[in-house]
Design a protein around this ligand. Structure first.
Ligand code: HEM
Length: 375
């Protein structure tokens, strides 16, 4: 089974080949916690993450090696399961540095100016109970039980210091981060991830994903994580004729080829027109509006997942895309999301949750994520 190192220059879970399952959790520090509590939490989290990502229990005594008279350190449901490509990625939210003017952890002076709540976007229907948070953890694995085990145990370790604000399960990756991975499909049935930034594109990673080396040591080599919980009105979408679905996306459903022609990996030609003189790729199609050519070259690394959270009272599935993107600056996401304000797809989606976190650089062996911030 695949294992990825926890320690390294960058945190794992960004350029790592996208796994099949997600458990994402946002946490708030509990009231009256101190800077020392935060440091000890990050140390304990990093230690447990360094073990779980290698397929080990959270501690040496683990699920069954401790005293019979105490609750075990590890909850046990991953005993016998392999690491399954588990990655655990930690992020720091704006409120960790400045909570409505309160500097709870002596960090206000180190808040990167760009780390602030995202601006409001046209059509936002955000639920505060599914948005924001002081800290986030993205756990991705090829086995859902392994991802859930990670979040469950990290939440347990946080007891008394931080508690879950909201969390999300995801299945079926909606992107790819290596050329070797096939392009998956989202719940609209279209290939998703075709034009994503790939792990071997070091020029694009340096230009668009990693925070530059001239930034403070805890940030340089990190990235900004944006999460958007996007509800998809799939029952309405499923009544839309195929040609219209394709017009909205700007690509064909079978191959994912741009409507200007070619195959999946042919560059879209936004100038090409059909016999009626109209552009083959609609002006309001998702792919056109999100394309770098129309956004001063802006690109992001997408790493989202499908979700279905049961159903509503009308018997409709509560389905959607848990959109996750990594970028060296929040401005990249903001540019694209503003460009998408006229997206023809908007009739079929609604943004219901949102968050931004700075994912610090990777921890050096034996240290912890964010250590340089407290030096
Ligand atoms: C491309 C679906 C939301 C940014 C695509 C593609 C699909 C798709 C099918 C074409 C294949 C590909 O290149 O991956 C969706 C769905 C969404 C959604 C179903 C919501 C439920 C977003 C959001 C953003 C975004 C919120 C950013 C603000 C992009 C970008 C591309 C893309 C940058 C690549 C454009 C290019 O370079 O050709 N999306 N998307 N998408 N999407 Fe989305």
């Amino acid at each position: 089974s695949t294992t990825y190192p926890f320690f390294g220059e960058h945190q794992a879970g960004i350029t790592t080949p996208v796994q099949e399952h997600l458990h994402f959790a946002s946490y708030d520090m509990m009231s009256r916690t101190t800077r020392e509590d935060l440091i000890s939490l990050l140390q304990d989290w990093s230690y447990a993450a360094s073990r779980m990502t290698q397929g080990l229990d959270v501690s040496a005594t683990g699920a069954v090696g401790g005293p019979m008279e105490s609750p075990p350190d590890d909850t046990g449901e991953a005993v016998g399961l392999a690491a399954s490509g588990l990655t655990i990625t930690f992020g720091f939210g704006p409120t960790l540095f400045d909570n409505a003017g309160q500097d709870r952890f002596g960090l206000a002076g180190q808040r990167p100016p760009e780390l602030e709540p995202l601006p409001a976007f046209l059509g936002d229907a955000l639920d505060p109970a599914q948005s924001g948070g002081d800290l986030c953890i993205q756990a991705c694995a090829d086995d859902p039980q392994v991802a859930v085990h990670a979040i469950r145990n990290l939440s347990r370790i946080a007891f008394g210091r931080a508690k879950i604000r909201w969390s999300q399960l995801g299945f079926g990756r909606t992107s790819k981060t290596t050329a070797a991975q096939t392009t998956p499909r989202n719940l609209f049935g279209f290939k998703d991830g075709t034009a994503n930034i790939l792990a071997d594109d070091s020029a694009a990673l340096a230009a668009d994903v990693w925070i530059a080396q001239d930034q403070p040591g805890w940030m340089a080599g990190g990235s900004y994580l944006v999460a958007r919980k996007i509800a998809m009105i799939i029952e309405s979408w499923d009544r839309v004729r195929l040609s219209e679905q394709q017009r909205i996306i700007g690509r064909d459903k079978a191959e994912g080829a741009p409507l200007s022609g070619g195959d999946e990996f042919t560059a879209p030609d936004f100038e090409a027109t059909g016999a009626n003189g109209k552009p083959l790729i609609d002006q309001r199609s998702h792919v056109r509006l999100a394309h770098p050519d129309l956004n001063d070259g802006v690109r992001i690394l997408r790493r989202g997942y499908n979700f279905v959270d049961g159903n509503n009272d009308l018997g409709r599935l509560s389905a959607g895309l848990f959109f996750v993107s990594f970028q060296r600056s929040p401005a990249q996401f903001v540019t694209l999301q503003r460009a998408l304000s006229t997206d023809a797809m908007n009739e079929y989606i609604r943004h219901v949750g949102s968050g931004i976190w700075l994912v610090p650089a990777g921890a050096t062996t034996g240290s912890y994520v964010g250590a340089a911030l407290f030096a």
